[in-house]
Design a protein around this ligand. Structure first.
Ligand code: HEC
Length: 174
């Protein structure tokens, strides 16, 4: 490139000036593309780590809350409320149905606590999610007919399916 000083441009011919402008425009275009590519790369990597992991953590936390709402109602620690109960049941059924999609292959990097064995034992992992979803709907049926014993039983089973999956597929520091 010729000198960077603008004053120099006055001493140049029309063609020189044009070629300088063109090369500057090319330099700017290249810079824009490079910066753009970096930005794109940064957001997609960020989404890969935070996106689906963050989403499934939120789903799990919601399910945790929902389970506690139902357990507290059954234990008499919280007043029974049909709307709140059916909301909690829907969260549990929908959340478990979403599990396979919320665990794309290899999505176990920090801060995820998911174990890589999820993908080597995928059938077992998704079977547990299926079972929990089924238990949620059975629990719902038991609540609709107000069969307390069945409610208690299905709630206990559901709780133990959460734990089984966590024991097997959750990395814990402790
Ligand atoms: C099929 C397996 C499976 C089932 C069933 C399951 N979970 Fe999870 N859960 C996981 C995995 C794997 C993680 C770790 C996700 C991560 O960190 O990427 C997790 C994480 C969690 C977390 C921690 C979320 C956070 O913010 O770190 C909570 C709370 C939780 N689950 C509650 C529940 C409850 C309550 C149930 C049952 C009603 C349940 N889970 C059912 C596999 C399961």
């Amino acid at each position: 490139m010729r000198g960077p000083m603008l004053g120099l441009m006055n001493g140049l011919g029309e063609d020189d000036r044009r070629s300088m402008i063109v090369s500057r425009l090319i330099a700017i275009a290249v810079a824009v593309v490079v910066v753009g590519a970096f930005a794109l790369h940064a957001t997609s990597a960020h989404d890969g780590a935070a996106g689906v992991v963050k989403e499934r953590m939120a789903v799990m936390k919601e399910m945790d809350k929902a389970l506690h709402v139902l357990e507290d109602m059954l234990a008499g620690k919280r007043r029974y409320n049909a709307d709140a109960a059916s909301r909690a049941l829907r969260i549990l059924a929908d959340g478990h149905a979403r599990i396979p999609k919320l665990f794309p292959r290899g999505s176990h990097d920090f801060p995820s606590e998911a174990k890589p064995t999820i993908w080597t034992k995928w059938d077992d992992f998704t079977r547990l999610a299926d079972r929990a979803a089924t238990e949620s709907t059975e629990l719902q049926s038991a609540m609709i007919v107000d069969d307390r014993r069945a409610v208690r039983q299905h709630l206990r089973r559901l709780d133990s399916t959460c734990r089984r999956c966590h024991d097997e597929y959750l990395e814990r520091d402790d």
